[in-house]
Design a protein around this ligand. Structure first.
Ligand code: FUL
Length: 488
C-alpha cells in the first residue's frame, strides 16, 4: 500500500513538472491570421510596368493613346524567375496607374491592352503574371490606382462604380490575390476624357473606402489591403524603404484614409494604437518607379539595398522592392545583377545561426513549454515567456567556445501581440560586461548591425514591455565585410 501511494505521488510529481504552463494572456491589438502569414513573406516585388514605361513618364496625364503600349518581348515568367531567385515571395503589379490604362482587357473601358498593338489586342498582362506566379510558387498582388486621369467621370459617383467594377474583375478572374494596393496619390489635373481640367476630390469621403474594402474582402477573404492606414498593412510614410527604429504594428488607423493622415508618424506606428496595422516599406530599385533608359546606371548599390533591408525587414516591416520592368517587358539586366548580389550577401550572412549552439537561460521562466531553450530552437512557433507581472527579464546565451558575430536577430511571438518597449544587448569581453546596444521595439523581426564581437556570453536585457515578454527567436550571425551605408 505504502509503495502504491509513493508511486502515485511520484507520478503526479512527474505529471505536474511536464505539464505545459498556461500561455500569457494576449495583449491587444492582435494580428489576424492572414496578417501573420503576410508578415512571414518579409520581402516581395513591386512591378511598375504600364503606359508610363512607353512614354518615359512617372505620372501619365491620361491622354496617351493605347497604341503606345507595345512591349517587344514581354515575359512575365522572367519576372517571376528573377523574383524567385532573389528570394522574394510575391509580385504586386500596377494593373492600372494614375493615367488609367488597364493591363487587362477590362469590360468597362476602351483604354486598355485590348486596343493596343501588343498581341494584336488579345493579350492580358494580369493573366500572364498570374500564370507565371503560379508556376514559380509566388503570390500575386494588385495595385489599382484610385486616381484615374483618363476617365471622363472621375470625381463623380459613376467613377467609383467603375473602380469597383474593376476591383470585381481583378479579384474574381485571376485566382488568389494576396494584397490589394491602394495608393494615396489622387486628385489633380488630367485629361478626363478630353475635359483637360483639375479635379480634386474629398479623399476621405469620395471613394467610400469602407464599402470598397468590404467588397475586396468579400471577393478574397484572405487578402491584405494596403493603404496609408491599412487596414491590412500601412504605408511606412516614406518612399526610401525605411521603417523607424521604434516600430509598433499597433496603429491609430482611425486617423488615416488613402492620402490623408499624419503620415510622418507611420514609420513608428503607435504604441497605443487600437488596430494591428503593420508597416510595409515600398521603395524602387532605381530613382523612378517606372523604367527610364537614362536610369540604367542608377540601380541602387549593394550597400544601399542592404541598408534598406536592415531598415525594413530588420525593423519589423515588410519590404516591397520595386522593379521597373523595361520596354521589352523584362526586368533589366542591371536590376537582376543587383538583386542577385543582395540575395547572395543575405544568404551568406544568415546561413549559420551561431545562437543554435548556445545554452540558453533566463532570469525568469513561465514554466514548461516557455523555457529559455525555446529562443534558439529554430522555431517561430515556440517562445520563451516570463511569469505574469514580470516585464523586465534577461535572456542569456552561453557558449562553450567563444564565437564572433556582428548581426543580432530578435523575434517576438506576435500572435499574442507586440510587447517589448525597450531592450539592451550585453556581452562579456574578458572579465568585463559591456553594453553594446540599446534599442526600443522588436515586433515580428528586429535585426541589429553591430561591430564584430568575440565572446562566449551574450545577454538580451528586456528593460520594459507592455506585458510579460514573449520571445520566439534570438539569432547571432557573422556577416562578411560589406560596403555599408549607415545613413539616417
Ligand atoms: C505613389 C505614386 O504616385 C507613384 O507613382 C508610385 O506608384 C508609388 C508606389 O506610389 O504614390
Amino acid at each position: 500500500m505504502k509503495q502504491y501511494i509513493l508511486s502515485l505521488i511520484l507520478l503526479s510529481l512527474v505529471f505536474s513538472c511536464s505539464k505545459k504552463a498556461t500561455p500569457p494572456a494576449p495583449v491587444e491589438p492582435l494580428p489576424a491570421p492572414e496578417q501573420l502569414a503576410w508578415q512571414e513573406m518579409e520581402y516581395y516585388a513591386f512591378v511598375h510596368f504600364n503606359m508610363n514605361t512607353f512614354t518615359d513618364m512617372e505620372w501619365g496625364y491620361g491622354d496617351e493613346p493605347a497604341s503606345s503600349f507595345n512591349p517587344t518581348e514581354l515575359d512575365t515568367r522572367q519576372w517571376a524567375r528573377v523574383a524567385k531567385e532573389a528570394g522574394m515571395k510575391g509580385i504586386i503589379l500596377t494593373a492600372k496607374h494614375h493615367d488609367g490604362f488597364s493591363l487587362w482587357p477590362t469590360a468597362y473601358s476602351e483604354h486598355s491592352v485590348k486596343n493596343s498593338p501588343w498581341k494584336n489586342g488579345e493579350g492580358d498582362v494580369v493573366a500572364e503574371l498570374a500564370e507565371a506566379c503560379k508556376e514559380y510558387g509566388l503570390k500575386m498582388g494588385i495595385y489599382l490606382s484610385p486616381w484615374d486621369r483618363n476617365h471622363p467621370q472621375y470625381g463623380q459617383p459613376e467613377y467609383v462604380t467603375y473602380y469597383r467594377n474593376q476591383v470585381k474583375e481583378l479579384l474574381s478572374n485571376y485566382g488568389d490575390i494576396f494584397e490589394f494596393w491602394v495608393d494615396g496619390a489622387n486628385g489633380g489635373d488630367g485629361y478626363y476624357g478630353g475635359a483637360n481640367e483639375t479635379r480634386n476630390v474629398d479623399r476621405t469621403t469620395y471613394y467610400d473606402w469602407d464599402s470598397t474594402f468590404a467588397l475586396v474582402k468579400s471577393l478574397q477573404p484572405g487578402i491584405i489591403i494596403f493603404s496609408d492606414g491599412g487596414p491590412g498593412t500601412r504605408w511606412v510614410g516614406n518612399e526610401n524603404g525605411f521603417a523607424g527604429e521604434t516600430n509598433w504594428s499597433s496603429f491609430r488607423k482611425e486617423q488615416f484614409a488613402p492620402g490623408v493622415g499624419p503620415y510622418q508618424e507611420s514609420q513608428y506606428g503607435h504604441e497605443d494604437g487600437k488596430y494591428w496595422v503593420p508597416a510595409e516599406a515600398d521603395v524602387s530599385i532605381r530613382p523612378g518607379w517606372y523604367y527610364h533608359a537614362k536610369e540604367d546606371d542608377q540601380v541602387k548599390s549593394l550597400s544601399h539595398l542592404l541598408d534598406i533591408y536592415y531598415k525594413s525587414v530588420g525593423r519589423n516591416a515588410n519590404l516591397l522592392l520595386n522593379l521597373p520592368v523595361d520596354r521589352r517587358g523584362l526586368v533589366h539586366e542591371n536590376d537582376v545583377a543587383a538583386l542577385m548580389e543582395l540575395r547572395k550577401t543575405l544568404d551568406q550572412t544568415f546561413e549559420t545561426n551561431l545562437a543554435l549552439k548556445a545554452e540558453a537561460s533566463a532570469s525568469a521562466e513561465r514554466g514548461t513549454g516557455f523555457q529559455a531553450s525555446q529562443i534558439n530552437d529554430a522555431s517561430n512557433d515556440t517562445y520563451w515567456s516570463a511569469p505574469d507581472g514580470v516585464v523586465q527579464a534577461n535572456l542569456t546565451l552561453s557558449f562553450d567556445e567563444p564565437i564572433t558575430f556582428n548581426r543580432l536577430m530578435l523575434q517576438e511571438y506576435i500572435a499574442l501581440g507586440q510587447r517589448v518597449k525597450s531592450f539592451e544587448v550585453w556581452v562579456k569581453a574578458g572579465e568585463e560586461y559591456v553594453q553594446v546596444d540599446t534599442q526600443t521595439t522588436i515586433g515580428y523581426k528586429r535585426l541589429l548591425r553591430l561591430d564584430d564581437i568575440t565572446t562566449d556570453w551574450v545577454q538580451i536585457r528586456i528593460t520594459d514591455a507592455k506585458a510579460v515578454p514573449t520571445i520566439s527567436n534570438v539569432g547571432l550571425y557573422l556577416a562578411g565585410t560589406e560596403p555599408e551605408v549607415r545613413s539616417e
